[in-house]
Ligand binder design. Sequence first.
Ligand SMILES: *Cc1c(COP(=O)(O)O)cnc(C)c1O
Length: 386
Amino acid sequence: MIFHQLQNELDERAAQGLLRQRRTLQTPQSPHIVVDGKPYLAFSSNDYLGLANNPQLIAALQQGAAKWGVGAGAAHLVNGHFTPHHELEQSLAAFVGKPAALLFSTGFMANLGVVQALVGKDDTVFADKLNHASLNDAMLLSRATVQRYRHGDTVQLDSLLAKKQSGRKLVITDAVFSMDGDLAQLAELLALCEQHDAWLLVDDAHGFGVLGAQGRGSLAHFGLASPRIILMGTLGKAAGVSGAFVAAEQVVIDTLVNSARSYVYTTATPPALSVALLASLQLIEQGDTLRMHLGGLIAMLRKGMSDLPWQLMPSDTAIQPLLIGDNKQALALSEGLRARGIWVAAIRPPTVPQGTARLRITLSAAHTEADVQCLIGALHELAQEP
Ligand SMILES: *Cc1c(COP(=O)(O)O)cnc(C)c1O
């Protein structure tokens, strides 16, 4: 029986400390959540600016719903493309300094759509080994030849690019690696793309809203601009709402409108979400105080964790993983924190490579210094335990 097989597979996962389970939040996203009736101080969301429960954005969403209803009712190419979608695309393009932008329902769908629309079986995709799952799936779905390079190894990428003489070349990378928090060397990657006439797809899920002047993202952080760069940003992390966009040259966007399957064959997001996102974009642009505060918390946490027995990974971003290694030990630590009223997710394979299970600590501008001290204190207590 197939059910039997499935159950055995799940049991096997559980035995390895790899079973995944959901926990139901009984409060909105914030540093203070309630799960199973118990309050926790949480360090696990990607809500880096604390906008997911922002009163101005709640009001914008309510007004958006009052004006535009709750559903788009159709795909963008049929009759589901509304004024707020269009205004948001124009604002996003201007914000990131690109000629045009296109909204997608999620970042996962944006990555699937872009890669599949731009390359096919005669082409080659070059990908960092630690890229997000959605980029990995996107390249497989595109039917292009796949060449993965070691994390951050631009020398290896150079030699792989040099070997490829025919077809389109597309380099794809996370800008901020989602489970490690480190930055891709985007300037070096762009230089290689120029040298080898390749495109560069930058997934800025964790940089948009947080890095660069006014939160314009990783390209602004590095001072990079090039028509070769196709930028994907998500709108459910720092922006606090939901969705994603791709920003690029007009001809690239027109190509996506015509052939990105995850754009063409899906219902448009509710226009009210775009109303909320237009307001979010303003908060991001004016959010220097939030970003400064976040930067201070990151420095405080790194300093406070520097003498722990677990390896602090080299990250300057709001993603601060603590490398544990063993799956069960990572789980036990996560549970130890939970017993102390602190919520930090243990991230295990296959999300991260075997033997690199970790606590993925994320900070938000909604945290206080006292919150961060509380986490530091709890980690030190657990480090003392046998
Ligand atoms: C979260 C994430 C995505 C997916 O974005 P969603 O909008 O959540 O679907 C894509 N890439 C990276 C690097 C991410 O961290």
